[in-house]
Ligand binder design. Structure first.
Ligand code: SF4
Length: 115
C-alpha cells in the first residue's frame, strides 16, 4: 500500500512512513484503510517509481513525471488533493508547482469574476 504524508496532512491512521521528500513510499506490510481520505494514493502510478522522480530539478524531469501521471487512474483526485492542500513541491496530478499555481490563480479569478 502507499501512504503519503505531506507537511499539510496528518497520518490517516495507517502505518505511515515519512519520506524525505514527502512523496509516497511503498509499505507492503502496512494495513490499508480504504476509507481514508488518501486511499486513492494506493492506485497511483507513482507507487512504482522512486519518489525523487516526482521532485525533478529541471524541465526534462517534469516531463518524465508528467508522462507517468498521464495515464494514472487517480490523476484528477491527485491534482485536486495537491490544490486543496496547497502542496508547493513536486509533480502531482500531472502538474508542476508552477502549473498548480496557475490553476489556483485562475480559479480565484473566476470566483471573483462571478461574484
Ligand atoms: S497523478 Fe501522478 S503523482 Fe498523482 S498519484 Fe498518479 S502518478 Fe502519482
Amino acid at each position: 500500500m502507499i501512504t503519503r504524508i505531506t507537511s499539510r496532512t496528518k497520518s490517516t491512521g495507517d502505518t505511515t512512513t515519512l519520506v524525505a521528500d514527502d512523496r509516497p513510499t511503498e509499505l507492503d506490510s502496512a494495513p490499508h484503510d480504504p476509507d481514508s481520505m488518501t486511499a486513492w494514493m494506493a492506485e497511483g502510478n507513482c507507487r512504482l517509481y522512486p519518489p525523487a522522480t516526482f521532485f525533478p530539478s529541471d524541465g526534462v524531469g517534469v516531463d518524465r513525471a508528467r508522462k507517468i501521471c498521464r495515464d494514472c487512474p487517480v490523476q484528477e483526485r491527485c491534482l485536486e488533493y495537491a490544490l486543496e492542500e496547497r502542496i508547493d513541491h513536486g509533480v502531482w496530478g500531472g502538474c508542476s508547482e508552477r502549473e498548480r499555481r496557475r490553476i489556483l490563480k485562475r480559479r480565484r479569478t473566476e470566483i471573483v469574476g462571478s461574484a
